[in-house]
Write a protein that binds this ligand. Structure first.
Ligand code: ADP
Ligand code: MG
Length: 348
């Protein structure tokens, strides 16, 4: 039986995993690169070190039955090392794909009937000029790796194009801007037996690339719920996923779906499941990596809204707490655009 779980990264996702693990009498051990982190007070024990320090990693994984991640930004060599000891879930292959936007898009487009927006690899300013000819005057560029919450992303147009002459845009992706109707995401979990469970699609609102609100249920037709769910299952199956995978999607005005991004871990847009489902995304990650069956989410609310508390909004946390069910991430410092906490409003 699996009783001890290691997590690479100690942010709020790790914190929620600690709480889910406790319900099943399992212990979580955190490996963190920083000395102050959200899950410190919640885990059984923690290790401080660099993800690329294989000796430290080896000491860490000796103490645990399995290892999972709460950030995809872990050196591939480290992931492969843990995998060689048969302890890493989800697999390094899945994480490798999600780490790099080009690999992610190549993989998604290789699947039957799954599409993304048009994209190109760019490395230098002259590539931006070429892009104008191919995908038009306006497009988005993003660093292929290490981007999150809209960081290292820029909208390019005629006006600001020249300002990129001096910027380092090596290993960036250029994407055609999607004129979407709305954004949704699906969280899919798959276990050792190949059983798959999906959470219902939720509707996401972003501002400057950062998630502001998630709403359940998404205001979409039944046919889109069906398509989004089947796309998610197809992706999970084709990757032989063991764990949890979040799939961000754009719904177009003609009801077509384009897949935007994959996150092989619990996801901010799944936090509503904490208050609205019998089995949250965190419960199901613990289930799947502990060689237990994944369970039906079993939604018990009519609707739910999750709102992120970002940056200085956190200074009003006490006021939010009086009105809503709030979740503090216990960050050591308020930073602009940093996710500090969230709250959830449910209706039965
Ligand atoms: P991150 O890793 O920062 O979450 P995303 O690719 O998901 O990166 O981008 C963040 C948000 O920016 C998306 O959820 C969406 O709102 C917007 N966005 C990203 N790419 C595009 C695009 N090609 N067209 C339109 N909007 C986009
Ligand atoms: Mg995203």
């Amino acid at each position: 039986m699996i009783t001890s779980i290691g997590i690479l990264g100690g942010g709020q996702l790790g914190m929620f995993l600690c709480e889910a693990a406790k319900k099943q009498d399992k212990n979580i051990y955190i490996f963190s690169e920083v000395s102050e982190f959200s899950s410190k007070k919640f885990c059984k024990d923690w290790f401080l070190g660099e993800f690329r320090d294989l000796k430290k990693i080896n000491d860490f994984i000796k103490n645990v039955d399995v290892v999972t991640i709460e950030t995809e930004n872990i050196p591939l060599e480290t992931l492969k090392f843990i995998e060689s000891k048969n302890k890493l879930f989800p697999s390094s292959q899945i994480i490798e794909i999600a780490q790099n936007r080009i690999k992610e898009k190549q993989f998604l487009n290789s699947l039957n009937n799954i599409r993304t927006t048009e994209y190109f690899l760019i490395n230098q300013f002259s590539d931006l000029l070429k892009m104008q000819k191919i995908i038009g005057n306006q497009f988005i560029i993003k660093s292929c790796e290490l981007g999150y919450d809209g960081k290292n992303q820029y909208k390019i147009d005629d006006q600001n194009m020249n300002t990129f002459q001096k910027k380092n845009i090596n290993n960036f992706i250029a994407e055609k801007i999607v004129d979407f109707e709305l954004e949704i995401s699906v969280i899919v979990c798959r276990d050792f037996l190949g059983e798959i469970k999906t959470y219902p699609p939720v509707q996401n609102t972003h501002e400057n690339g950062i998630l502001i609100t998630t709403e359940y249920p998404a205001k979409i037709k039944k046919s889109i719920i069906k398509d989004a769910t089947s796309i998610s299952k197809q992706i999970a199956k084709s990757l032989n996923l063991i764990g949890v995978l979040a799939i961000e999607m754009f719904v177009l005005k003609n009801d077509e779906i384009l897949v935007n991004e994959l996150a092989p871990r619990p996801h901010n847009s799944g936090h509503w499941s904490l208050d609205s489902c019998k089995n949250s995304q965190f419960d199901n990650l613990i289930n799947s990596i502990s060689k237990q069956k994944v369970r039906d989410p079993h939604v018990f609310v009519k609707s739910a809204i999750m709102k992120n508390i970002i940056g200085k909004d956190y200074l009003n946390f006490e006021t939010f707490k009086k009105k809503f069910k709030c979740y503090d991430y216990f960050k050591n410092q308020v930073k602009d655009k940093r996710k500090m906490a969230h709250y959830i409003i449910t209706k039965n």
